[in-house]
Design a protein around this ligand. Structure first.
Ligand code: PHE
Length: 340
């Protein structure tokens, strides 16, 4: 016993700690052996103080305190080294594993077409408007001169929500809403989702249209023709298309015209896409019927205007050669990835 014993313990401790290295549980075992609160060696060494002869106690006590402090400090350092060693990234990450691939997102072809069309009309001074997809009978039909007994309702295979509410069958109700709330001049385009109860290669119960409306004093069919020709030449600029107008009928326009472009696949000579006709029908249009103006509170003596509408999905199919309309909405990345 005595100070010599303390030196032995110090040497043994340093030896043990050196062996524990950076292993946190081995360091903890060393702590318990020497500085454990219930049975650590330091406790025994403290208890031994009482049995020493008086004249040895002072030196022993001082040396014991030094030893306690040194052991404490060494344990703290060893613990810190072992903890930071365990958390070090080289122990956590296996850098030989292959990395995570960050796949590039793609814009949906229908959105690409929508943005192209918006850009063309924004350049011509139009605003982009939106409206509700759940519409009332008034805006979807009545205001557009389609009363409930009108045969044109049969062309709109309508999904009804409740008696008066329905999923809009075209974007034209937004025209009615804008005209009710705004004074001419009005120059808008309206892209959006529309719904009809129909599904095959060329139809889907949900599809996309874009609508245009211009109302001002002195607007003529000549303005309609020039605007749509400018638009279609810009949209199909790579294809050098010709544009033709065919008389048609819509309840909310008079006169009305269906607009065709020369087939972008065969250049007009006739192929399977254009059913050998050389032409592809692309949009519906006409001069706003004065009855519509009266219903939405615009002076039909003072103002005239034109409207047009086209299917965005059809244009996407044509532009990108997509054979089945439903592929656009199946969420299959083999289609969309091609646009990344
Ligand atoms: N709303 C018509 C449709 O869905 C398209 C159209 C819009 C026709 C505007 C003329 C003017 O079929």
């Amino acid at each position: 016993m005595g100070v010599a014993r303390l030196d032995e313990v110090r040497a043994a401790f340093l030896e043990d700690l050196g062996q524990a290295g950076k292993d946190a549980s081995a360091v903890e075992a060393v702590r318990v052996k020497y500085a454990g609160r219930r049975s650590g060696l330091l406790l025994d060494l403290t208890a031994a103080l009482r049995d020493l002869p008086k004249e040895e106690r002072r030196d022993y006590g001082r040396a014991l305190n030094d030893l306690k402090q040194d052991i404490g400090k060494c344990l703290d350092e060893a613990r810190e080294a072992s903890i930071s060693g365990a958390a070090a990234p080289q122990d956590m990450v296996d850098i030989s594993l292959p990395g995570m691939a960050l796949t590039r997102g793609a814009e949906h072809p229908v959105n690409l077409v929508r943005r192209k069309i918006e850009e063309i009309f924004l350049r011509m001074g139009y605003d982009v408007e939106a409206g509700p997809e759940i519409e009332d009978d008034w805006h979807n039909f009545e205001a557009l001169n389609i009363p409930s007994d009108h045969p044109a309702r049969d062309d709109h295979d309508t999904f009804y929500v409740t008696g008066d509410r329905l999923l809009r069958t075209h974007t034209s109700p937004v025209q009615a809403r804008v005209m009710e709330n705004r004074k001419p001049p009005i120059r808008i385009i309206v892209p959006g989702k529309v719904y009809r109860r129909d599904s095959d290669l060329r139809h889907s119960p949900m599809f996309h249209q874009i609508e245009g409306l211009l109302v001002d004093e002195g607007i003529s069919f000549g303005n309609l023709k020039a605007t749509l020709e400018t638009f279609l030449h810009a949209l199909f600029s790579g294809h050098g298309v010709d544009v033709r107008f065919r008389p048609s009928y819509f309840p909310f326009t008079e006169p009305s015209a269906e607009v065709d472009i020369t087939c972008i696949f065969c250049g007009g000579s006739g192929c399977a896409v254009c059913s050998r006709s050389g032409w592809i029908e692309i949009l519906g249009s006409g001069m706003v019927d004065p009855r519509v103006f009266e219903r939405v509170g615009i002076d039909s003596e003072r103002y005239t205007g034109f409207a047009f509408g086209l299917g965005l999905d059809r244009v996407a199919m044509l532009m990108y050669g997509i054979p089945d309309l439903r592929q656009l909405f199946s969420g299959d990345q083999r289609l969309t990835r091609q646009f990344a």
